[in-house]
Design a protein around this ligand. Structure first.
Ligand code: PMP
Length: 417
């Protein structure tokens, strides 16, 4: 019933008359067929660490050490001695697990401290922490938007936002298209109880930024709320790392700010920064917060990472030196990096198979970058995606640029200027 050449992941979610075991069997056949034509390259690799250089066990490739461009640990804080020491200290003091969900004995003083710290980081009053960035979005939105409401999403928002909107009405607009957003806002006026526009600050596959000032203006004009997930902008964008809101001087204007502790903040977890009432409501109405244990004591290290953004601004400066060095080098070779303005640098290839070949060649040359294709992006938009860290050395980034030179010679991609 499914044409594997054209199938989308969604086609396997629900097939009339076929039970989950039948769907799983079809899925296995689909994956096998994609492997045979060289289109399937998802695999979990067992890494030896999350620093800028690591060891990988790969069959058929002589290199053992690779420059890594796959981590979102943008400021390198997962390796920072103060962050590590705080995690160890907190485990020593509290033990290794929270032991319960927050409303029934699992909320510790370090959770309270983290909530106050992340709210203060954004210059706001209140925050709630969740066990992942994914749940910060999905659980909060499921709680806030229901049958009579409308979520208006930039098409490129993170999957967790889409999941959060399963209980409400959804309209999407093409990525960063302000005319289309205005049309949706105009046409939906008066038809819904609450309308909320939801965007990312930095988009995770292109590394480009939301035009936050225009979006906020439209929201105010048409009476819609605005929620911004700045998972990739926090610690990277703005003079002091407060993300796209700082870039536009709008830190206190956005209704709901969400993000993750798994990137710049060097651990795992997520947060929602909003008004005190909204935060209190989420604490006792967001089901995943009530019925699920939250961050373990090691998460106290997030507080140290938050402090380090201000205490050691040199990391952000170094990150931007690195971004300019790598991006400038790639663009100088004629490679297509799109409109990235962050630490995420894509090289757009287009064809899935060519993309797979290029990622294989990069590995041969000692460079581990992410191979991104469907369903993360459209089939025709396959790309190599690189995340830059403050802790990459210039020598490591030069190795990456040399590897790309070699890939260009081998494949003919890019046009020399
Ligand atoms: N939002 C965005 C924009 C993301 O890219 C991600 C994850 N990469 C998340 C949310 C989810 O964060 P977490 O990994 O903490 O669940």
């Amino acid at each position: 019933t499914i044409d594997f050449e054209k199938a989308s992941f969604k086609d396997f979610e629900d097939i009339p008359g076929i039970d989950p075991y039948g769907r799983a069997a079809l899925w296995t056949a689909y994956v096998d067929s994609r492997k045979q034509v060289g289109e399937w390259n998802y695999r979990q690799r067992n890494l030896s660490g999350c620093g800028p250089e690591m060891e990988l066990e790969l069959t058929g490739i002589a290199h053992k050490r690779f420059v890594s461009l796959v981590s979102n640990d943008y400021l390198g804080f997962t390796q920072h001695p103060r962050v590590k020491a705080m995690a160890a200290e907190a485990i020593e003091q509290y033990g290794t697990g929270a032991g319960a969900s927050p409303a029934i004995g699992g909320h510790y003083d370090f959770h309270q401290w983290l909530e106050e710290k992340i709210a203060a980081f954004f210059g706001r009053d209140s925050a709630i922490v969740y066990s992942t960035g994914y749940t910060a979005n999905s659980a909060s939105l499921q709680c806030l938007l229901r049958r009579d409401d409308l979520a208006i999403l930039d098409m490129a928002v993170h999957a967790s936002v889409y999941e959060g909107c399963l209980m409400t009405n959804v309209k999407t607009f093409p990525h960063n298209n302000m005319d289309a957003l205005e049309r949706v806002l105009k046409l939906s006026n008066d038809r819904y109880r609450t309308r909320m526009v939801i965007i990312d600050g930095v988009y995770s596959q292109d590394g480009d930024l939301a035009p936050l000032d225009s979006i906020l203006e439209l929201c105010r004009h048409y009476g819609a709320y605005l929620m911004v997930d700045d998972a990739h902008g926090t610690g990277v964008i703005g003079d002091t790392g407060r993300g796209v809101m700082e870039l536009h001087g709008l830190l206190r204007e956005v209704d709901i700010v969400t993000g993750t502790f798994s990137k710049t903040f060097a651990h795992v977890g997520g947060y929602v920064v909003a008004s005190r009432e909204l935060v209190d409501y989420l604490k006792f109405q967001a089901r995943q917060h009530i019925f699920s244990a939250t961050l373990s004591p090691a998460a106290a290290c997030i507080g140290t990472a938050i402090d380090l953004v201000d205490d050691e601004p040199g990391w952000m400066a170094k990150l931007w030196d690195n971004i300019r060095h790598l991006k400038g080098g790639l663009q100088g070779m004629g490679l297509e990096t799109g409109d990235t303005q962050s630490a995420i640098i894509p090289v757009k290839i287009g064809d899935i198979k060519l993309n797979a070949q290029i990622c294989g060649l990069l590995l041969e040359a000692g460079v581990y970058a992410n191979q991104i294709n469907y369903p993360a992006v459209a089939r025709k938009d396959a790309r190599v995606r690189m995340s830059v860290m403050a802790t990459h050395t210039e020598e490591q980034l030069d190795r990456v640029l040399n590897a790309w030179e070699w890939v260009i010679r081998k494949t003919g991609i890019g046009k020399r200027k």
